[in-house]
Design a protein around this ligand. Sequence first.
Ligand code: PLP
Length: 346
Amino acid sequence: MEAVVDMRSDTVTQPTAEMRRAMAEAPVGDDVYAEDPTINKLQGRAAEIFEREAAIFVPSGCMGNLLAIKTWTQPGQEVICDERAHINQYELGSMTVVAGCVPRTVRAPRGVLSWELIEPAIRPKVFWYSQTALISIENTHNMAGGVIQDPKDTQEICERAHERGIKVHMDGARIFNAAVGAGKSVAEMSRGCDSVMFALSKGLGAPVGSMLVGPRDFTERARITRKMLGGGMRQIGILGAAGLIALEESPKNLKRDHENARFLAEGLARVKGVEIDPKQVQTNVLVFGVRGTGRTAAELAAKLKEKGVLWNPAGGYEFRIMTHCDVDRAGMERALRAFEEVVKAA
Ligand SMILES: *Cc1c(COP(=O)(O)O)cnc(C)c1O
């Protein structure tokens, strides 16, 4: 059988040969003493690129978000986010378990937050209310289908939130996809936000790691919590070396991933029983319905797997799949053909 076309997520990307070489050769030191030259370089570059004071490397995006929440809040406070936000649905309640905070969710159409949606969810400053401490914006929005958050909306949210003493965090796991999709820089896409988390290990292709950027006193407090959670690591320049290549080189390849997503969406739109609007596909994530095929996404996924195509069912009749650097146009065509066959046979 041909090689597997794995489109379950952009997390499955493999480190490139260049990354592996850089990892082998990286100068390293003990990062708990802040002495790892490669990690220090990566943190410096991330801060520069995001036009922030400082950055800190974290083992995962989940930890990055948690550190931001824990740093900006006190136990008993509330965090406003979209209902389908990763921090609400896929981080195992860590904001509650570890940071002692309660998510206060709003329903954002297509995952896009605006001040209009947020304002009614803010608690009045009365002592018997749990206080709103933080707003978290996801960009791109994963479960809404890689939707880009308009930087104008973000800036408005930040300005209004700051007037009320509320901080704003951006869960920018895929902010480079957002930036490429919008034709702007990641600094512009996150302007106004007090902190940003972004992943090196998703579409950018590094094997491990995310970054948290913000003011220096923020990253220094996050460093303490990172240590508390067991995330103080030693010679992690090994990982940072791959991260540096991901940060400097990979963003320019994301345009191709977005073109592939659009190509696939157009192909899927022609399959009977599939609900997708290719014009809504802005980046590398495709969320689409298959109810009209008469089969659940899980049933179709099992058949696709037999043909060497891995797609992620995201619930009853919905798929969520991603394009990334390890699947080229030929892979897209193969996946599409396999899907057409599976649907026909259904
Ligand atoms: C993947 C993801 C995370 C968490 O990243 P991990 O490295 O998997 O912990 C956070 N937010 C969003 C939007 C994500 O897609």
